[in-house]
Design a binder for this molecule. Structure first.
Ligand code: TXA
Ligand code: MG
Length: 310
């Protein structure tokens, strides 16, 4: 159910959860000062209690109220507002334990979407996980939220999300920023600001990831995704492929975007994964015959997770 900004403000300030657009993906928003609404987010999503939430704010000054002065983020400030999330040490008395899943750090983001910015100015900090049932593809349209949470679920309509992939999450370790979740900003984009290419920390077997969300299955439609690098003439099936490639005529192709313009792929990715289920498609081949660099590295990681082959 589409609602206005002031209806959303009203609902959020009285302890309800609302679907909120951002430039990355839609979020399920709850006010940081409404414990019942925060609880409701975990229930609605079926989210494990040990998976903390990102706190969305309007300014870095607001973050400093939770963390104290932030000298180490100077080089990264240019990426805000935008699709960057920073995990920072906090004063634990200032943030509910439920939000940070008992950690002594918390994740912060200043989103770059006019509606979200207006909303944050009215409501103060909002916690917002991606607006999908745990494990399912994120929502990049209001209709995706209605699909997962019902037609009566209140959503602010911000149209399609421009980025289409979640924010990139960084944490500082031993004086260096590291990426603990790949996202809409690639490591290469941080290189000139930081003076080094930030390492992408992947979970090794048997170890707990720094980013608890990496423990869980993600981005997966019901359809079975088969990752493929080659396609032969005469074989049948559906391919999730690219507009700048040709495939044998025997296949049907669903176009994700163009490999020469990776942004076009990220914009469409989750909507296409959801479309598979809407159309009752049970199996598709995914063309993963590309070099996973820049944004294509995030896209490859999401496709692997969606195919349960990470
Ligand atoms: O683009 C985005 O980041 C979207 C929009 C709505 O802002 N939000 C989003 O939230 O993707 P969510 O909850 O789906 O993913 C947040 C990730 C989880 O994997 C969680 O484990 C990690 O952030 N996280 C949150 N707090 C953390 C912390 N203190 N330390 C490490 N990881 C943390
Ligand atoms: Mg998520």
């Amino acid at each position: 159910m589409k609602i206005t900004l002031s209806e959303a403000q009203q609902l959020l300030m009285t302890g309800h959860v609302v679907g909120v657009p951002t430039e990355t993906v839609y979020g399920l928003g709850a006010s940081l000062s409404q414990p019942k609404a925060i609880e409701e987010i975990f229930r609605l999503k079926g989210r494990p209690a040990n998976n903390p939430l990102i706190i969305h704010v309007a300014t870095t000054e607001r973050i400093e109220q939770f963390t104290g002065p932030l000298p180490d983020i100077e080089k990264l400030k240019g990426f805000w507002p935008g699709p960057m999330t920073l995990v920072l040490p906090i004063d634990p008395t200032k943030i509910p334990e439920r939000v940070r899943a008992g950690l002594t750090t918390a994740a912060f983001r200043i989103p770059n979407h006019p509606i979200t910015q207006k909303l944050l100015a009215l409501t103060g900090p909002l916690v917002m996980p991606s607006a999908n049932l745990s494990g399912r593809p994120s929502s990049t349209l209001p209709e995706h939220i209605e699909e997962d949470f019902g037609l009566d679920f209140p959503v602010i309509d911000g149209g399609p999300c421009l980025k289409g992939l979640e924010s990139t999450i960084l944490i500082q370790q031993h004086g260096q920023w590291k990426i603990i979740r790949q996202g809409a900003l690639s490591p290469e984009q941080f290189e000139s600001a930081l003076g080094y290419l930030p390492e992408v920390v992947k979970k090794s077997k048997g170890e707990n990831p720094i980013c608890p969300g990496q423990l869980y299955r993600h981005y997966a439609p019901k359809a079975h995704l088969i990752l493929r690098k080659e396609f032969s003439e005469g074989e049948k099936g559906i391919i999730l492929g690219y507009s700048n490639r040709t495939y044998p005529k025997s296949y049907q192709v669903m176009v994700l975007g163009s490999l020469s313009h990776p942004e076009s792929i990220s914009e469409n990715l989750y909507a296409t994964l959801r479309e598979l289920d809407q159309r009752g498609i049970s199996e598709v081949f995914v063309d993963i015959n590309f070099e996973p660099v820049g944004l294509l590295a995030t896209i490859a990681e999401r496709l692997q997770k969606a195919a349960h082959s990470d």
